[in-house]
Design a protein around this ligand. Structure first.
Ligand SMILES: Nc1ncnc2c1ncn2[C@@H]1O[C@H](COP(=O)(O)OP(=O)(O)OP(=O)(O)O)[C@@H](O)[C@H]1O
Ligand SMILES: [Mg+2]
Length: 409
């Protein structure tokens, strides 16, 4: 919207204290540069260059918003300059200046990405307007790129939800991301615990650093220890290379301790030390090493029950659960179903070149009546299966697996 307004009415540049947008004018004709500059100075800060090389040199030092470039010049031709600009500064819009009867080159320029072309000598009003439009397009493009970068932040791009509990969760994730406090994510299988962990990391100032996930339940104690702490060369017979542990590799980043409820007791004691001291001792290592890692843990176990059964340490529980995040099961946020189902349908449809476009109302109703013990993952797998095995464009009740329909009766 703002870009459109700019196109019609230039900003009160200079007066408002805002610097005027910069326009680079490349033309070997000094007189023409003079007159063009006089016209454009109303809106732009005009930078001048007598040939392509000088123009590119200016761009390397001073970012410009719009470029006006003559086609026929000594040295590099306008088309070559255009190509170089589009390669090195893609959002910079370039308007070509052509002589009468040079329509073919002008068309070539458009194909190479020029914003427009003007036949010399251009009418002042037309010259100014074309430059304003080019500026508006560049601003819009930059705004879109910024929005896209925002949306493409990996963790959030994929995490969908519009139900009340999810909207509340999204809002709290942003706040949680600002701190380094240990987070414990709880929730049934497939509710998106790992996605939340990644989202917290992605939204945090640590986003540029590593996010390392460790499955604490899937590997035996000693292996888990090496995985986390690393080992020095020769500390076991089979260890002939120094192995870096995940704590060390995640320096400055985030460690995701998945299935922490299944961590062997011997490891829980070591973990507790790490959380208390913020340092690690490598297996066979000499001295402790300070670490700067954010801890996010997840479990689908009831840790309080594990504490009762003496298979989880209460002191560790309190350390890892400075900020608890509980993910609701899908059956408690059915408002998210159409959104998630639609998302998975379009995702797998384009991945597998399927023909599906939508769900029949009857299918949506069946999905809503189902209890989703496997939560979002179960929904995802169901849709993946349908897109793989069935033909669209509409997902109909007969596409649902038999046992799925039976469970709904
Ligand atoms: N809100 C969501 N939006 C989009 N996709 C989601 C959402 N929640 C979960 N998913 C998808 O569902 C699948 C399961 O999510 P995830 O692995 O994070 O669950 P989990 O809680 O860690 O499960 P488990 O306890 O079994 O490890 C993933 O493919 C994930 O991308
Ligand atoms: Mg998981």
């Amino acid at each position: 919207m703002q870009a459109k307004r700019w196109a019609q009415k230039p900003p009160a540049a200079g007066l408002s204290g805002r610097p005027k947008p910069a326009l680079l004018l490349i033309d070997d004709d000094t007189d023409l540069r003079q007159t063009t500059k006089l016209i454009l100075e109303k809106d732009f800060q005009v930078l001048e260059a007598g040939d392509g090389a000088a123009g590119l040199e200016i761009l390397r030092k001073t970012p410009a918003d719009v470029a006006l470039c003559d086609i026929r010049m000594p040295g590099s031709s306008g088309l070559q300059v255009l190509e170089q600009i589009k390669n090195s500064w893609p959002p910079l819009e370039v308007i070509m200046l052509t002589a009468v009867g040079d329509a073919r080159t002008a068309v070539q320029a458009l194909k190479k990405g020029a914003f427009d072309f003007l036949v010399k000598p251009a009418e002042p009003e037309q010259l100014l307007n074309t430059c304003r439009q080019a500026l508006a397009k560049k601003n819009l493009l930059l705004k879109n790129l910024a929005l896209e970068a925002e949306l493409n932040r990996p963790p959030c791009r994929k995490m969908l939800g519009r139900s009340k509990p999810m909207l509340k969760l999204f809002a709290s994730l942003k706040k949680i991301a600002r701190t380094t406090a240990a987070v414990l994510i709880t929730g049934e299988t497939g509710t998106g615990k790992e996605l939340v962990a990644r989202a917290i990391h992605g939204l945090s100032p640590r986003a540029g650093k590593a996010f390392l996930a460790v499955n604490c339940g899937g590997i035996p104690g000693e292996l888990l220890e090496t995985e986390l702490f690393g080992h020095e060369k020769g500390s076991f017979t089979s260890a002939d290379n120094r192995k870096y542990g995940k704590f060390e590799l995640a320096q400055g980043g985030t460690i995701f301790l998945d299935e922490i409820g299944n961590m062997p007791l011997m490891m829980q004691a070591k973990m507790l030390r790490v959380l208390q001291e913020n340092e690690i001792e490598r297996v066979g290592g000499l001295k402790p090493m300070p670490i700067d890692v954010r801890f996010i843990s997840a479990t689908n176990e009831d840790l309080n029950a594990c504490i009762q059964r003496k298979i989880f340490r209460a002191d560790l529980y309190h350390r890892i659960r400075v900020i608890p995040v509980a993910l609701p099961p899908l059956r408690e946020r059915k408002g998210d179903l159409p959104l998630l189902a639609g998302h998975f349908l379009s995702r797998y449809n384009s991945l597998y070149h399927g023909s599906f476009q939508s769900f029949s109302p009857a299918v949506l109703k069946t999905l809503e009546n189902y209890s989703w013990p496997g939560n979002v993952r179960e929904l995802e797998h169901l849709i993946q299966r349908i897109v793989t095995l069935e033909d669209g464009p509409v997902v109909r009740p007969e596409h649902l697996p038999e046992e799925f329909r039976a469970k709904n009766k």
